[in-house]
Design a binder for this molecule. Sequence first.
Ligand SMILES: Cc1cc2nc3c(=O)[nH]c(=O)nc-3n(C[C@H](O)[C@H](O)[C@H](O)COP(=O)(O)O)c2cc1C
Length: 177
Amino acid sequence: MASVLECIKTRRSVRKYKDQTVSKDLLKQIVEAGLYAASGKGKQAPVIITITNKDLISEITKVNAEIMGSPNTDTFYGAPVIILVAGSLKANEKTAFADGTLALGNMMIAAHSLGLGSCWINRAKEGLKYDVYKDIFHSIGLNADEFIGVGHLALGYPEGELPAAAPRLPQREFYID
Ligand SMILES: Cc1cc2nc3c(=O)[nH]c(=O)nc-3n(C[C@H](O)[C@H](O)[C@H](O)COP(=O)(O)O)c2cc1C
C-alpha cells in the first residue's frame, strides 16, 4: 500500500468505472475512514449512507441530473456504488457541512489507497429536499429535515488509467516565519 502522502497526490477523480461490484469489506474500510474524520467539537455530525441498489442509484442519478439542469445525464458515471454524506444539524449545526466534507475527503483517499476510484458528485444539499432522499433517510430511521446534504461519492473500480493531476496553481502557498 502506498504511503498516505503518495495517495493524497495520486488520487484523481474517476469518471469511468468497471462493471464490477465492490465487496462489503472494502466498503466498510472506506466508510470507516470517513467515520474517523475530525469533526467540530468531536460531535461526529456526518452520517454516511452507502447505496449499491441499482434502482435506487438510478433514481438518485435522475434527481441529481435534474438539479444540475441536464436531465438524462448519468451524473454518477455508471458507478456501482454511491456514498451519500449528510451532516446532522442536531449534532452540530455550525460545523455539520464542514465535517461532512472532511469525511468525504478521507474516503476519497482511502478508496484510492485500496485500488478503488471515486468522484465527488455535488448537489446533495438540494437532493435532500427530494422524496427519494427523504425516503432513504426514513428507511434507516432518520429524518432528512434534520440533516444538511454535503456530497456524494461515485465509487467503483476505475476503468483505464488515472489521468495526471493538473499542475498546482502558483500563489497558493505562503510561509510566514
Ligand atoms: C466540492 C466538489 C464538488 C464536485 N462536484 C463534482 C460533480 O458534481 N461532478 C464531477 O464530475 N466532479 C465533481 N467534482 C470533482 C472535481 O471536478 C475534481 O476534483 C477536479 O476537477 C480536480 O480533479 P481531481 O479530483 O482529479 O484532482 C467535485 C469536487 C469537489 C471538491
